[in-house]
Design a protein. Structure first.
Length: 661
């Protein structure tokens, strides 16, 4: 049955698309102008205010909005409704804008294949790799080597790619549609089209993102599925601590709904004893722990409930800033297009996190960085016949080098988001790595990792894994896509046209470089702001931060594009942070006199950290095809509009009026 709440949310998302050019679920939306579309002719049927909707309508009806020539144009794709549970399947391209590709639309001039035919094409050596999208059948064999996700595309070999595209919504882009249709070889049998859709609805209902939490309508939404958004710059530095509902959101997958009462954190891998935390007495251990062979299929495992973590270990609270590797990507893309979400300057936020130290937990179960096979020769064939010395061979596979952090959010294949940090970071109590269950004094919100999140201060946000469900101690980095293929730097000379570009990737990003940005005034603003009487003094605000706990020692601000500089005032809370444990950002401000002769101001800021690292002056030398690590000088142009001088008569008139009162 149709649920009015769900329909209202769908209508709200459609309205938001029409108003802002983006699609998202928003809180308390206005419904007055919302109309939903249905039927094979895409007719306007009902206003949601009347709560009228055909019972057989497709719940995932798609509305596309485009802005052109100053007018709002609503474009719809014709869908067929053949049976209960049938999907939004494009029947034909006749309703598309001229020249616009409609992916998966039926094409009468192409042959028809059954799903069994497609399933027999799963190898480049066996007739090619075929996939299905809506009504279309595609041979992607020649595209595999060009796929940004590498061979992950083979997970859909012989199957439909729709479930994958529902999760990885970045595929829903016109450029991708053009590439896909260029690989078209046929149509899928209509009976199989309906069967696939019935299976999809049975598995996903309204879609994998239907249960995502509500979000702040003030967010600038960079992607709605998965949800990725940042707060307005002028609100970001209003307070040292970012409120939970303004903290930037970076999701890779649908937000899981986890029951904290049944939640358990598993810790497995090298140096971990078998059992559960309540079954093993780890106190006063004098013998070395048994080493595993490193077989990922049979790791030793310890499990902790949330209550056990809270009761067993001392609670710690830290204030730390998290920043996405793609912060300020939009600026980098303006120099030369890059791949990734178009983050502005606010994919960064600061919160107070409370939890237990990962170093305490690992010490409790006896894990140490110097464990290796020389002490346990039988554990590793490489070291079995070597004498016991302090040295060990570099190819020993039983040394603990990395700490894997794996979330409970999953894609359609059951794969989770995961990352890894060096074991030296995980074991060092001075690194303050937390297993956090509280954010700003409240249980961590779902969007930010409920019920448990890894907080790795001074490290790129991607390693601060949300919905943390499993920790694995390993000789190798985490094997997942986002650790191996994403969040790595590239030379400016490498782009996606470079053959085998992946081999040129740098090491995975851990600590981020020194960064600063201007949050007020806005780019291309006019001074004074509308309604303001303070025309002679401009207050410039911003933030600065450096990875690895490096303190910010200075922020320089220029009003003339970098020709001359003034030193900004640093927030006193930030200045008091411990040396090399400055996990939180440094808000800064500067009041400047706006001279009468100024017609515009070219603001620039740059920060210097305690290692005297300083931001580069331009983007071009640090450009990379992934659009990460942009820490060039931040530039904001402001137009100065001096108000005309008031006449003496006007002043007297005002005084007379005041006197009459």
């Amino acid at each position: 049955m149709w649920r009015i709440k769900t329909l209202r949310q769908s209508a709200a998302a459609a309205c938001h698309t029409l108003r802002h050019g983006k699609s998202t679920k928003i809180m308390r939306p206005s419904m007055s102008s919302c109309r939903l579309l249905h039927s094979q002719k895409a007719a306007v049927v009902s206003c949601m205010e009347k709560q009228e909707w055909p019972h057989h309508a497709s719940q995932s009806m798609t509305t596309l909005a485009a802005f052109g020539l100053g007018a709002l144009t609503l474009t719809t794709v014709t869908y067929m409704q053949a049976a209960p549970g049938a999907s939004d399947i494009p029947l034909k391209e006749e309703n598309a804008e001229p020249g616009k590709v409609v992916p998966g639309a039926f094409k009468p001039d192409l042959p028809t294949y059954t799903l069994a035919d497609v399933a027999s094409h799963v190898s480049t050596k066996g007739g090619g790799v075929w996939v299905v999208y809506k009504n279309g059948v595609y041979d992607v064999s020649k595209f595999i080597g060009k796929h940004p996700g590498g061979t992950k595309i083979l997970l859909a070999a012989g199957k439909s790619i729709e479930p994958f595209w529902q999760i990885y919504a970045a595929h829903n882009h016109a450029d991708v549609h053009v590439i896909l249709e260029g690989l078209r070889v046929g149509n899928l049998d209509p009976a199989d089209v309906l069967a696939l859709e019935e299976e999809r609805l049975k598995k996903y209902g309204d879609g994998p993102y239907a249960n995502d939490p509500e979000r702040n309508p003030l967010f600038k939404v960079n992607a709605s599925q998965p949800f990725n958004a940042e707060p307005p710059a002028e609100l970001l530095t209003e307070s040292f601590i970012t409120p939970n509902d303004l903290f930037f959101v970076r999701n890779h997958l649908p937000v899981p709904d986890i029951d904290a009462s049944t939640f358990k954190l598993e810790i497995a891998g090298l140096g971990v004893r078998s059992g559960t935390s309540d079954a093993i007495d780890f106190n006063h251990v004098t013998e070395p722990h048994a080493m595993t062979t490193g077989n990922p299929d049979q790791p030793n495992t310890v499990a902790f409930t949330l209550d056990e973590l809270k009761k067993t270990f001392n609670e710690h609270t830290i204030v730390t800033t998290l920043q996405c590797a793609g912060n300020r990507r939009a600026e980098m893309s303006a120099v030369k297009p890059v791949k990734g979400l178009s983050w502005d300057t606010t994919a960064v936020s600061t919160a107070t996190w409370t939890g237990v130290l990962l170093s305490d937990v690992l010490a409790y179960i006896g894990v140490s960085e110097d464990q290796h096979c020389r002490a346990f020769p039988s554990a590793c064939p490489t070291c079995a016949n070597l004498p016991l010395t302090n040295d060990y061979p570099s190819d020993c596979s039983s040394t603990i080098e990395h700490c894997h952090l794996e979330g409970l959010d999953k894609d359609v294949t059951g794969q989770s988001y995961g990352a890894s940090i060096p074991i030296s970071t995980a074991l060092d109590p001075r690194k303050d790595v937390l297993l956090a269950y509280s954010m700003n004094g409240e249980p961590i919100p779902r969007d930010h990792g409920f019920p448990l999140r890894a907080i790795v201060p001074g490290t790129v946000g991607a390693r601060n894994v949300k919905f943390l469900g499993r920790i694995v101690l390993s000789h190798e980095e985490y094997p997942g896509f986002w650790q191996q293929k994403d969040y790595r730097g590239f030379s400016p000379m490498i782009d996606y046209a470079t053959p085998d570009f992946a081999k040129y990737a740098g090491p995975s990003i851990q600590e981020l470089p020194v960064q600063s940005a201007i949050t007020e005034p806005k780019p291309n603003a006019t001074w004074p702001p509308e309604g303001s009487e303070e025309a002679d003094v401009m207050t410039i605000k911003g933030y600065a931060w450096s990875g690895g706990g490096r303190n910010i020692i200075r922020v320089d601000v220029s009003l003339d594009g970098g020709a001359t500089w003034q030193e900004a005032a640093l927030d006193p809370l930030s200045v008091r942070q411990k040396y090399n444990r400055a996990w939180a950002w440094t808000p800064w401000s500067l009041d400047v006199d706006i001279a009468d002769h100024m017609t515009d101001v070219k603001l620039v800021c740059k920060a210097v950290d305690s290692s005297y690292n300083v931001q580069p002056d331009s983007i071009a030398p640090i450009w990379n095809m992934r659009g990460v690590l942009n820490n060039a000088w931040h530039r904001v142009d402001v137009a100065i509009q001096k108000p005309p001088p008031s006449s003496g008569d006007d002043d007297e008139d005002v005084e007379d009026v005041e006197g009459d009162k």
